[in-house]
Design a protein around this ligand. Structure first.
Ligand code: FPP
Length: 220
């Protein structure tokens, strides 16, 4: 598997179960993301895309939105050394213009500094699949599917092989609509902050058993 994508769901419920503020769930979720990146590297996966903030998430309480933005800018601020040391290339997809100018500039700087990394972490921020497709359509001058894909935020990235969604929900929720046309899905009841090596291994084992026909004949 080359590319794993994750809908990191269940942070809020994880916190509520512990009578903690929701933002504590998102903090625990950020730690789970750190761990997941390491599981991917050890498994030889080269791309990890995570859904960190959707175009719909702006509708959450001001407190939660600003808490999440702080967490994300804290990540962008504090991770440079670690990402460089670990050979991680950082990339953001989504409607960047929704983010503060400061955060946009910090993201662009981190993307530039880490561009030689051989493992790519793609963070979907103010991201919606339909929004991405509409923005791509504005740039598209006609041509092939490949030409259109090159107008998407994910230009140059392989499509995800597997999409994991945690916390028991079984929906796509506007995530990588174009890119997941032939992706496999794995759903688990585990809440994202509890996502661990055993859960990761179960997802990969399930993926390994599937026959991917990609709409054509079985090639395995
Ligand atoms: C969904 O759980 C999760 C989110 C809306 C935010 C995910 C963000 C992180 C894990 C932050 C870390 C990311 C980086 C790049 C530092 P939910 O709040 O919808 O949970 P619920 O369904 O239980 O309420």
């Amino acid at each position: 598997m080359e590319h794993l994508a994750v809908i990191m769901d269940g942070n809020g419920r994880w916190a509520e179960k512990r009578h903690l503020p929701r933002i504590m769930g998102h903090r625990a979720g950020a730690e789970a993301l750190d761990r997941c990146m390491h599981y991917c590297k050890a498994a030889g996966i080269r791309y990890l895309t995570v859904y960190a903030f959707s175009t719909e998430n702006w509708k959450r309480s001001e407190e939660e939105v600003s808490g999440l933005m702080k967490l994300l800018s804290g990540f962008v601020h504090s991770k440079e050394k670690e990402l460089l040391a670990e050979g991680v290339r950082f990339r953001v997809i989504g409607r960047r213009s929704d983010l503060s100018e400061k955060l946009q500039a910090e993201i662009a700087a981190l993307e530039e500094k880490t561009k030689a990394g051989d493992f790519t972490l793609i963070v979907a921020l103010s991201y919606g699949g339909r929004d991405e497709i509409v923005r791509a359509a504005m740039k598209f001058r006609g041509g092939t599917e490949e030409d259109f894909a090159n107008c998407l935020d994910t230009a140059g990235l392989p499509d995800p092989d597997l999409v994991i969604r945690t916390s028991g929900e079984q929906r796509i929720s506007n995530f990588l609509l174009w890119q997941s046309a032939y992706s496999e899905y794995y759903f688990t009841e585990t809440l994202w902050p509890d996502f661990d090596q055993a859960e990761f291994d179960r997802a990969l084992a399930s993926y390994a058993k599937r026959e991917r026909r990609m709409g054509g004949r079985l090639t395995k």
